[in-house]
Write a new protein. Structure first.
Lengths: 695, 92
């Protein structure tokens, strides 16, 4: 019972602005309300006042929200009307008028379908969660808080997230899922740390302490409650500090009960007294009331019944003054019990009967059960055993009824839980099946892709190998063709070389024979002293002809013995020929000039060199023989087209058209043609002749 | 399931090996092309040299053939002249 009351206080505390602050706010809001003229603006302020009254006076709050709804309808303000409904629902929730709260939540839900405000939706889920918590439907309450959390996460509203975690955690505690509750509180604490929200952090520590208390880990609970108290002291809010003192006191009392250690009970009393002192100094009524109730209980445990009675009376006075029905009922029960211990049986009976009446009126079976048990004990102590038995039997009936309703509730809860778990299992199975199917599909796709890649790579490899083979064959064919061509040319070359060698042998032989013929003719000429002039002339002619043949042979052999003929070689040979021509011809001057710009290393093939020499030789020979010149000029110059060999004389010249071209000129032309050179003959009567060879 | 995973891994491994092999074949082709080009160049150069040589030798053979013909012609003429001289000597 106490645990339930405490939890509700925490849930409400998360949302309510404490009464003292609320009173100040209400005053300032009322001033503002009076100063405003517009109905619309006034209505907004009225709604705010209603919210402030939620933590002080629920009836006033309900009245104000009714006015807000009425005014909103007049000015057609749907949002404020919805806010009014939500306020009504909240106020009825706090008044634990479940049916009315349910009605207003339904109305709010319908309005929200039209208005669609995330903020109001969040508020609806949260308040509905609180209502369901009051109805002890912790699972459903947790679901509502989870919805609030989802919206808060979507909006990145850390405050609401922290609050939702706290609320879910409290539901978890009530469902006996203490570890889940701790997890939620830790998350809430992390958010508070992230936001540097010291009060939020203190509340999380406080709640964690309460969870540890539920887990019966009282030392750990004490540690967390103390942590919370230290932070609250730093922050200095007396209402928060009072809450911590009360929780610490309750924990110490539980520890004292458990360990049978009165020092802990004294410590608990100290905490409650601190709470009381602070509540009085700060005018915190609820704290004051709770402190009195707890002090009465601890004094009763310490067997200080008079003190217990005094505290109980004060608690009762406060409860009556604040018209708190539940607290009054509990206070009367506790006071009655204290009177019983103090042997003031009449007073005890009076209080207990009053409490019993209230419990019956409010159908609070828990309080009724407690009262009946105490009344039974009281009757027993008064030696009225018949009455004692009567109360005891009634106590058992109530207890059975609580048990059966509890059992039913538990069974229902278990059934719901079972159904939920069944559905969850089914969903999990379906999800698993779906995931497996997706996995299979992915695997098959991967296999197909893998096969595709493999086939592509294989095709590529096949193509590359085919290309390689093709290239090899092509290369082999080309290589073979080249080698065959090379072998053929080499063979032809060898054949030519052989022919050249044979020709050389033959020419050497002929050369030797010609030399012998010359020698024979000269012997005949000088050895026999021939007087016949005709014979002598014939012999001289033969000797000259043979010599000429030998020279021709030598010139050819000279050229053919070399692979390349340099310009220098050619120059020397021409020079040699000019010297001989100079000796054999009288009155002709020879001039041989070479352009300095031409490199001496310029090379011609042996055939080309020989043909150039022969053409020049023929040209000089023709000049000496036919032109009767006084000067023959031989020039070698560099021109644009190549090298120019020029033989010019200042002889009698001739008309080109009148001259019948003999063997000499024809030979010259043929040789020039053979070596791909250009031959030009220029001549005019008495103007000399110029023969040009460009190659 | 394990077989599937093994198969996929096997396929991918095989594909990887084949890719490596393909790369190797590709580089072999490149290297072969370079080598073939080099060999062909050497052979072409030899062929060119030999062709040049053949051309030169052909010219030389022609020159020598012409020279032989000329020499033969002249030897014939000299022989004829010698026979005429011999005849003249005997008559005188």
């Amino acid at each position: 019972m106490k645990k339930r009351v405490l939890a509700i206080i925490f849930l409400i505390c998360n949302y309510l602005i404490f009464s003292q602050n609320s009173l100040k706010s209400i005053d300032s809001l009322q001033l503002e309300y009076n100063s405003l003229k517009g109905k619309k603006s006034k209505n907004d302020i009225l709604y705010k006042i209603g919210i402030e009254y939620l933590s002080i006076n629920l009836d006033s709050s309900l009245q104000i929200f009714r006015r807000v709804i009425k005014n909103s309808k007049i000015v057609n303000n749907d949002t404020l009307e919805l806010k009014g409904y939500l306020g009504m629902a909240k106020a009825f929730t706090d008044k634990t008028m479940i049916d009315s709260a349910d009605y207003y939540f339904d109305v709010s839900e319908k309005s929200l379908e039209v208005i669609k405000s995330q903020e109001l939706q969040k508020s609806l889920f949260n308040n509905k969660g609180i209502l369901l918590f009051h109805k002890s439907e912790y699972n459903l309450a947790a679901n509502e808080f989870k919805k609030t959390l989802a919206i808060a996460e979507k909006e990145a509203d850390l405050n609401a997230q922290s609050r939702s975690y706290n609320n879910i955690a409290i539901c978890m505690s009530y469902l006996g899922k203490y570890h889940a509750a701790l997890e939620m509180h830790i998350k809430s604490a992390k958010i508070a740390e992230e936001m540097n929200d010291r009060i939020g952090l203190a509340k999380s520590y406080n709640n964690m302490g309460l969870v540890y208390k539920d887990l019966n880990e009282l030392e750990k609970a004490d540690e967390y409650l103390l942590k919370s108290l230290l932070i609250k002291r730093e922050e200095g809010n007396p209402i928060d500090i009072v809450g911590s003192y009360l929780n610490l006191g309750a924990n110490q009392r539980a520890m004292g009960d458990k360990l049978k250690d009165s020092s802990m009970l004294f410590k608990a009393r100290e905490y409650f007294q601190e709470a009381l002192k602070l509540s009085i100094s700060s005018g915190y009524l609820r704290g004051k009331n709770n402190a009195y109730v707890n002090l009465a209980l601890v004094e009763s445990t310490l067997k200080n019944y008079e003190s217990s009675i005094a505290y109980g009376q004060k608690a009762l006075e406060l409860a009556v003054a604040s018209k708190d029905y539940d607290k009054e009922m509990v206070a009367r029960t506790n006071l009655g019990d204290a009177y019983r211990f103090n042997k003031q049986f009449n007073l005890a009976k009076q209080q207990l009967l009053q409490a019993l009446k209230m419990a019956e009126e409010s159908q609070n079976l828990y309080v009724k059960k407690e009262v009946l048990l105490i009344l039974s004990l009281l009757s027993k102590e008064q030696q009225n055993f018949e009455k004692a038995l009567g109360y005891y039997e009634e106590y058992h009936k109530v207890n059975d009824s609580i048990s059966s309703s509890e059992v039913k509730k538990n069974v229902d809860q278990l059934e719901a839980q079972y159904q939920n778990e069944l559905k969850e299992t089914e969903i999990q199975t379906q999800r698993a099946e779906l995931a497996e199917k997706e996995l299979n599909l992915t695997r098959k796709n991967t296999q197909i892709i893998g096969l595709g890649i493999l086939v592509s790579v294989l095709s590529l490899l096949g193509y590359l190998i085919y290309k390689q083979q093709k290239l090899k064959n092509k290369q082999l064919q080309k290589d073979s063709e080249l080698k065959i061509a090379l072998a053929k040319i080499e063979s032809q070359n060898r054949l030519h070389e052989q022919r050249i060698r044979i020709s050389r042998d033959l020419h050497d032989n002929i050369g030797a024979q010609l030399t012998f013929i010359i020698s024979s003719i000269e012997n005949l000429q000088y050895g026999f002293k021939i007087a016949n002039e005709k014979l002598t002339s014939k012999l001289l002619h033969m000797s000259a002809f043979t010599k000429e043949t030998i020279y021709e042979l030598r010139d050819t052999i000279w050229a053919m013995n070399k692979d390349e003929i340099t310009l220098e070689d050619l120059q020397a040979r021409i020079s040699n020929f000019i010297d001989k021509a100079d000796l054999s011809s009288q009155g002709i001057k020879f001039e041989f000039n070479t352009d300095e710009a031409i490199s001496k290393d310029l090379e011609f093939t042996s055939v080309k060199g020989m043909n150039i020499y022969r053409i020049l030789q023929e040209a000089i020979h023709n000049a000496i023989k036919y032109a009767e010149p006084s000067l023959v000029e031989i020039d070698i110059n560099k021109v644009e087209q190549g090298i120019l060999f020029k033989v010019a004389d200042n002889g009698k010249g001739f008309y080109m058209q009148n001259i019948k071209q003999g063997n000499g000129l024809q030979n010259m032309k043929k040789r020039a043609e053979d070596i791909g050179a250009e031959l030009a003959i220029e001549s005019n009567l008495d103007m000399g002749t110029t023969i040009s060879l460009i190659c | 399931m394990e077989f599937d995973i093994l198969l996929i891994h096997g396929l991918l491994l095989l594909a990887l090996i084949l890719v490596c092999f393909s790369v190797k074949v590709f580089f072999n082709i490149m290297s072969f092309k370079r080598k073939a080009h080099k060999e062909n160049s050497v052979l072409m150069k030899d062929l060119e040299v030999q062709t040049q040589k053949l051309k030169l030798n052909s010219q030389k053979v022609l020159v020598f053939d012409n020279l032989t013909a000329l020499l033969m012609k002249r030897l014939f003429k000299i022989t004829k002249e010698l026979l005429a001289v011999q005849k003249m000597i005997f008559i005188s």
